[in-house]
Design a protein around this ligand. Structure first.
Ligand SMILES: Nc1ncnc2c1ncn2[C@@H]1O[C@H](COP(=O)(O)OP(=O)(O)OP(=O)(O)O)[C@@H](O)[C@H]1O
Ligand SMILES: [Mg+2]
Length: 318
């Protein structure tokens, strides 16, 4: 797969505070990469450096053969960017159409091309009815839709989206995800996004990079990150009904591979064989006369995030 962007040893300091430490990342054609990490990890800082809005302290970024330090102007035409602050991403007192024409012109597009692009995107997003409204009169989700359209107007090969579906209702959020996924795959684009909604990352991303205290600590497919949790199927029992003796008995079962701290009210036991494991655990509950609620859970990317960040936090506390 063609590499569209490669970032090497990117570091960023705000005064004395280190926000990024030697970050390496490649963006490939046809690929969706999600940058995950706790609040303050450095995701926005990294995306803003790629989007030429922040100056890195050190490192190199090559974008389709151009060096960010030498060819910033060229590179600006190769990406579309949506930042975290939607409200300030367009002119409040211009209509949606005026905003899109303004930003399209800045990108060097002629009126006809802009109008054709607006038609194509607004039809898909069922957005014609909002085109002549002032940007400031739109809802949060409608504004977000406008800034995503704005970022794609000039059909750039690279797209950076910082929390693109934040604040969107589930229907429009799904529509945007589906659109972006097929846009990247069919048109051979590359997309770098951040999101705290891990179910949508799991659905969209080919690859995930977990950033922690300014460094990429874990990288791989969502499946690889989930595998590290230790089991894919869990049985969960209400904690208050499980005696310490029963807990010890369950933990000693050969089918129990790991536990997961994902809900303070429930124990989560990872099973190597979900049918056999459930059967033996229910037998133990019967024998000890324990009446408890139980449920099954399949490992999620959120579990993987909690697992990895927990491990990293304890590594850095030592
Ligand atoms: N303009 C700034 N001046 C000083 N420090 C900053 C500035 N912007 C960000 N930081 C700091 O840099 C670190 C990384 O911030 P950044 O916004 O990149 O995090 P993030 O991963 O995007 O977090 P979130 O998930 O909350 O959006 C944080 O410690 C933050 O306080
Ligand atoms: Mg951020």
């Amino acid at each position: 797969m063609t590499i569209y962007l490669s970032a090497r040893n990117i570091s960023k300091k705000y005064g004395d505070a280190v926000a990024l430490k030697n970050v390496n990342l490649d963006l490939r054609q046809g690929n969706i990469l999600a940058l995950l990490g706790p609040n303050g990890a450095g995701k926005t800082t990294f995306i803003k450096i790629l989007a030429t809005l922040l100056i890195k302290t050190s490192g190199t970024v090559m974008v389709l053969g151009h060096d960010l330090d030498k060819d910033e102007y060229r590179i600006r035409h190769l990406f579309g960017y949506v930042g975290q602050d939607t409200d300030r991403s367009a002119y409040a007192r211009l209509t949606v159409r005026e905003n899109l024409h303004f930003f399209g012109t800045l990108r060097g597009l002629d009126r006809k091309t802009i109008a054709a692009q607006i038609d194509q995107f607004t039809e898909y997003f069922d957005f014609e009815k909002n085109l002549d409204k002032l940007f400031m009169h739109l809802s949060g989700g409608q504004k977000q839709t406008v800034v995503i359209i704005r970022a794609l107007l000039h059909d750039p090969p690279i797209i950076y989206l910082d929390e693109p579906t934040k604040g969107l209702d589930p229907i429009i959020s799904k529509k945007i995800r589906t659109f972006l996924h097929s846009y990247v795959k069919q048109k051979g684009k590359t997309l770098l996004l951040t999101s705290h909604i891990l179910s949508e990352v799991d659905e969209m991303a080919d690859e995930v990079a977990l950033i922690h205290n300014g460094s990429i600590e874990v990288q791989g497919s969502p499946e690889t990150l989930k595998e590290a949790v230790g089991a894919s199927e869990f049985i969960e029992l209400k904690r208050e009904q499980i005696s310490p003796a029963l807990y010890a008995q369950i933990m000693a079962l050969p089918t129990v591979e790991c536990t997961l701290e994902r809900d303070p009210d429930w124990y989560s036991f990872g099973l190597s064989d979900v049918f056999e494991g459930t059967e033996v655990i229910i037998r133990l509950l019967r024998e000890s006369n324990t009446r408890t609620q139980f449920r099954h859970h399949t490992v999620s990317l959120e579990d993987a995030f909690i697992h990895h960040v927990g491990q990293l936090n304890s590594k850095f506390e030592k």
